[in-house]
Design a protein around this ligand. Structure first.
Ligand code: NAD
Ligand code: ZN
Ligand code: ZN
Length: 365
């Protein structure tokens, strides 16, 4: 069938919105009519080829929509189901089976390889195949084929225009806090980066009862917004040494920390700001081969833990409905981060995300 998509032609070039071909769903797939797709910082860095997704192709990995056709082997989804799309995983490797599908041994191939496991692509145009299956979905298209294991059915009253970002950015920040750090009520956290991922982490920390929440960024307007949303302290690290500030606020160091920037020097600040037995998580994406330093001499006796976390270590079919329940209960107002755009305006949406004026752009089809 024909569908409309934002195609990424070449490294660092603008998206081109045009008609392309979508093939028939495979037996283990569903065809989804997208209602909306969030834009994640990872779409921007893959467009710019920090990760080797083959181009030309279709990016987008925060899709939400309605199931239109169901492959013959799919048992848990039906035509008309409302769904949020999560990353793909194989479901049979030991990490998938141990309850950590975001650490699937085949994660990179399934999500960034640009094709199905058999090498075929869902999309094509007159010139030939277009890479597809980005994070299992390639959601910058009005219709797409998705392997059913990554598809999360939601309530028929669910607001699909809003929910796509639960499949990556929002799940990443909140999952890092709720699934990995597991902070106790009354504890302290420092979050580096007040983009959508950092703010999702902040909202999750609040929902978990964390009472000292220190947000660090270099953009004053983002820090002001974080304060509006419930940060107890903000630090502009262009003006103030964040490690000294966090140590002073917490009386010796934060119990928990989250780095969403992917900047090597910020990773070092995150490890330095932790108190004794503190736990820090890195989720910010750096270029392949980037390294960061940590003072192993001084920090050895502090007993700190550092985790590098993919997609909030979530089981999307379990975690996304929990986030929706928290949202409906008023404890996770991630809708305040979003702004909607038409597909034709996708390049504006990316520009607004890059200059900091929009936290979480959502393309509504
Ligand atoms: N680990 C994963 O599975 C996963 C999933 C989704 C996104 N990501 C990554 O998470 C990161 C955050 O995503 P986002 O959508 O929130 O991006 P974003 O660009 O909106 O937010 C990043 C924030 O970091 C701030 N920042 C940049 N340099 C800084 C510095 N030196 N000190 C303090 N703050 C600084 C920016 O001002 C910005 O507010 C990206 O790198 C993205 O690729 C990772
Ligand atoms: Zn697996
Ligand atoms: Zn993402």
């Amino acid at each position: 069938m024909k569908t409309r998509a934002a195609v990424t032609i070449a490294k660092e070039s603008p998206f081109e919105v045009r008609e392309i071909d979508l093939d028939a769903p495979r037996p283990d797939e569903v065809r989804v009519k997208l209602i909306a797709s969030g834009i994640c910082h990872t779409d921007a860095i893959v467009r710019d080829q920090w990760y080797p997704f083959p181009l030309p192709g279709v990016l987008g990995h925060e899709g939400a929509g309605i199931v239109e056709e169901v492959g013959s082997e799919v048992v848990d989804l039906a035509v008309g189901d409302k769904v949020v799309l999560g990353p793909a995983y194989c479901g049979v490797c030991r990490h998938c089976l141990a309850g950590h599908p975001m650490y699937c041994e085949n994660f990179f191939a399934r999500n960034i390889g640009g094709s199905r496991p058999d090498g075929s692509t869902a999309f094509s145009d007159a010139e030939g195949p277009l890479s597809s299956n980005f994070f299992g979905q390639s959601s910058f298209a009005e219709h797409t084929n998705v392997i059913a294991t990554g598809v999360v059915k939601v309530d028929e009253k669910a607001p699909l225009e809003l929910l796509g970002p639960l499949g990556c950015g929002i799940m990443t920040g909140s999952g890092a806090v709720l699934n990995v750090l597991c902070p106790k009520p009354g504890s302290s956290i420092a979050v580096f980066g007040t983009g959508a991922v950092g703010l999702a982490g902040m909202l999750a920390a609040r929902a978990a009862g964390v009472t000292t929440i220190i947000m660090v960024d270099v953009v004053e307007s983002r820090l002001a917004f974080a304060e509006e949303l419930g940060a107890t302290h903000t630090v502009n690290s262009k003006e103030t040494d964040p490690v000294a500030a966090i140590q002073e606020i917490t009386g010796g160091g934060a119990e928990f920390a989250l780095d969403t920037t992917g900047v090597p020097g910020v990773f070092t600040q995150m490890t330095d700001c932790l108190g004794i037995l503190g736990h820090g998580v890195l989720v910010g994406a750096a270029k392949l081969g980037d390294s960061a330093t940590i003072d192993i001499g001084t920090r050895l006796t502090s007993g700190i833990s550092i985790s590098l976390v993919c997609e909030g270590d979530a089981v999307p079919k379990d975690f996304i409905p929990r986030l929706i329940a928290l949202y409906e209960d008023g404890k996770f107002p991630f809708d305040k981060l979003t702004k909607t755009y038409a597909l034709e305006d996708i390049n504006t949406a990316f520009a607004d995300s890059a200059d900091g004026s929009t936290l979480k752009p959502i393309i509504v089809y």
